[in-house]
Design a protein around this ligand. Structure first.
Ligand SMILES: [Zn+2]
Length: 306
């Protein structure tokens, strides 16, 4: 493929990048399929998933192991982001039983996609391993297996986009723990954390919240599980204990909900500190809002105790 610099990819897949602007052109046909003209290759019918804005600067052609081809069009369009006024703040705790539990007591159960797909993936893998290496039959099952993995990945990505979109649209500031999920992924529960998409959720959450003009705050994760969100007393719990019972302030709430409230409290502190570094006028206005939010949080918690 001339004009395209090839990158290292797994077997049976391909990635090519074209940066030479005379090497490609997108022709809009006004129909369902558009035409991508690539020099030395010719016209290719493509289906655009969204409207392109700005000038196209680069085209990346990718072939997945499933045999599907994709073209990524990179443009120079830059959108101006208007910063939101901070009115609604949420703290979110991540876990394996409920992927998300937020400080408004809304939880998102773990969809456990790997469990749903495990049997289909294993049967395809078994059948493929029985075929002779290098045969057409083995290749057929390799593509089938790659398509099933692709389906699993797409289902997870769709789930991540939906949950993060909800928080980006409904809140002005979102706080989550600054956990390094890439280290966890190599540990004992790595597979389960990968399946729960915790790392992907955090990454997408930061991107979506900030791209809508909101504020994403990564708070220190140390102590968020044991500290009481209402009085600050340290309440040590075993991993199987799902309720936070504080002997000091007598609060009894789900463990992850307590963590989410604690994350929200730390998020509010972080916002308050950021404000003290800005101009006095901004600081006074924001300080007032943060105080109001803290009062709302207290009111919410006392309602949940009733
Ligand atoms: Zn307490």
């Amino acid at each position: 493929m001339r004009n395209f610099s090839n990158l290292r990819t797994p077997r049976n897949s391909f990635v090519g990048v074209c940066q030479n602007q005379s090497g490609f052109k997108l022709i809009l046909t006004g129909k369902r399929c558009q035409t991508l003209k690539l020099s030395k290759i010719g016209n290719i019918r493509i289906r655009c998933h969204r409207k392109t804005e700005g000038d196209i600067k680069q085209v990346v052609i990718k072939k997945e192991q499933s045999g599907k081809w994709f073209a990524f069009l990179i443009t120079d369009e830059q959108k101006e982001i208007k910063q939101k006024e901070i009115r609604k703040v949420v703290g979110i705790d991540t876990g394996l039983i409920d992927v998300l539990w937020d400080s408004d007591n809304v939880k998102t159960p773990n969809p456990k996609y790997l469990n749903r797909y495990a049997e289909r993936l294993a049967s395809c893998q078994r059948r493929m391993s029985k075929k002779k290496k290098g045969s057409n039959n083995r290749d057929k099952f390799r593509i089938r297996l790659a398509r099933r993995y692709e389906k699993l990945a797409n289902t997870r990505t769709d789930f991540v986009h939906k949950v993060t979109r909800y928080y980006a649209d409904n809140y002005d500031a979102v706080g989550m723990e600054d956990i390094d999920y890439s280290t966890i992924a190599r540990g004992r529960f790595g597979k389960s954390f990968l399946d729960a998409c915790c790392g992907q959720i955090r990454q997408q959450m930061a991107y979506k919240v900030e791209s809508t003009g909101g504020r994403f705050v990564a708070v220190d994760y140390k102590g968020t599980t044991i500290r009481c969100s209402q009085c600050g007393t340290e309440v040590r719990k075993e991993i199987w204990e799902r309720t936070h019972n504080c002997s000091h302030c007598k609060i009894s709430i789900p463990r992850d909900y307590n963590s989410a409230l604690e994350i929200k409290r730390l998020t509010l502190i972080e916002i308050r500190q950021e404000l003290s570094e800005s101009t006095p006028e901004e600081m006074i206005a924001l300080h007032h809002k943060v105080q109001q939010l803290s009062m709302n949080q207290e009111a919410l918690t006392s309602t949940s105790q009733c």
